[in-house]
Ligand binder design. Structure first.
Ligand SMILES: O=P(O)(O)OC[C@H]1O[C@H](OP(=O)(O)OP(=O)(O)O)[C@H](O)[C@@H]1O
Ligand code: HPA
Ligand SMILES: [Mg+2]
Length: 178
């Protein structure tokens, strides 16, 4: 399926995102202050910009690893089938893990990943999501830290795509079909 014609309206500016990430990093750092072994796990591809900015605001020692998931493909609706295209490189048993996600929408992706990682017996398993669309939730799952709650709009930018486009926008915009 190809893209329908659309324009992008700014929803959250780059400056607002940067300020919010500073505050999130402060909270995360306080929570994990006693941890010398935090693994920050980004969900590819959407979280690549967010994780890059977030880890640079953290001063505690961290390792960085990635999982690649895919459920949307070229569409604006979830396939509800979460595929793991790439798994972690390292072991997480007994380690503190922070999952970094760009957006929690239906919740299928995060639920699947938390179930998978939880089974590996990490010490603590927490989630930081930049965006949360609670009105669209289909399964119960919650991020421990959320940057912004947003309305039911299809968003792009700051790592997030529509049919693989617009990940390089520095701000978050909403797609308006024309
Ligand atoms: O809560 P959900 O409805 O599951 O949606 C959220 C997930 O969907 C998007 O990923 P996508 O499958 O598009 O892969 P991408 O990160 O490579 O864009 C987004 O980056 C989240 O990971
Ligand atoms: O609003 C969205 N935009 C892009 N990809 C997504 N994946 C889940 N929700 C979204
Ligand atoms: Mg996507």
């Amino acid at each position: 399926m190809g893209e329908r014609p659309y324009v992008i309206d700014e929803l959250i500016s780059a400056k607002t995102i940067a300020a919010r990430i500073e505050a999130l990093a402060d909270e995360i750092e306080t929570f994990f202050a006693d941890s010398d072994k935090l693994i920050v796990v980004g969900l590819l591809r959407g979280s690549f910009v967010f994780i890059a900015d977030l880890v640079r605001e953290l001063t505690l020692p961290v390792e960085v690893d990635f999982i690649e998931t895919s459920s949307y493909g070229e569409a604006t609706v979830s396939s509800r089938e979460v595929r793991i295209l790439k798994d972690l490189r390292g072991e997480i048993a007994g380690r503190d893990v922070l999952v970094v996600e760009d957006i929690v929408d239906t919740g299928h992706t995060l639920k699947h990943v938390l179930h998978m990682l939880g089974g590996r017996k990490p010490a603590r398993l927490k989630v930081c999501a930049l965006l949360d669309k609670p009105s669209r939730r289909e399964v119960e799952v919650k991020a421990d830290w959320v940057g912004f709650e947003i309305p039911d709009e299809f968003v792009v930018g700051y790592g997030i795509d529509y049919a693989q486009h617009n990940r390089n926008l520095p701000h978050i915009g909403k797609v308006r079909f024309t």
